[in-house]
Design a protein around this ligand. Sequence first.
Ligand SMILES: [Zn+2]
Length: 278
Amino acid sequence: MGAAGIRDLQRVHPVPNTGFARAYLIEGDEGLMAVDVGSIGCAQDIADYIHHNLSRPVDDLRYITATHFHIDHIGGIGHLLSLSSPRTRVLFHAMIEDYLTGKKKISVIRNWFVSIPSATMVSARYLRRFSHLAVESLAGIPLPGLRGIVRLPFSTDRISYFGDADETDSSLGDFGFGEWNAVRTPGHTEDSLCFYNGRTAELISGDLIVNVSPDGTGEVNRFCWSRERIRASYEYLCGTINPARIYPGHGEVITGDARTLSQVRDVAHERKARSLSN
Ligand SMILES: [Zn+2]
């Protein structure tokens, strides 16, 4: 399929300049879905984008979801809910229910110093307003003393969960929003999800893949809960899907030919392979 054909099929709108993390809007026949609302300013940006760029009412927002339970991806969900219809639902990974009931704590991220500086520099380019730093709750900070904070500023009645907490299959299948599928991709966090549409060949990768280095091909995130699990999740995707566009958690959209996913670099894996061959 040529570039024009792919563009015709594109259903994901990267909302520009929403603060640290990227926010995406998916247009579907059933309405709209917002992915990753990291701050109060970001929530406002999404509402403005729906109104001005899509010429639709914010009430068309059917779902608000997050690729994972980190503050820079969830810190504005309540604000966006308050701007949307009372029927708008939040969709979370099933593990998040265990966080909210105190059954489980969010996992600690161990390697803060290997990748945070470059990722923060690139992500900071998308900050436009003070409200991009304003979060509505301190839930989702993966540090030992803070990871117990999970209170969200909206009722848990608004939340539905993907799949079951005890199941571990990667594919969660479609969830009633067009041809979009949810995939469990643990690694950056235990509760990480990707969203994939096989017909439009679009992948929303969350922080499994970030695009923060100059070559623009994206990289498997070095900032993670489990190095082995993030590698396995990346390999699972390489073996099962073939996206033409990858929408990362941080940085610009990754586009290319049919090998977009295999061109993503895994720097930690390359280093390990090199040290083994020496
Ligand atoms: Zn992030």
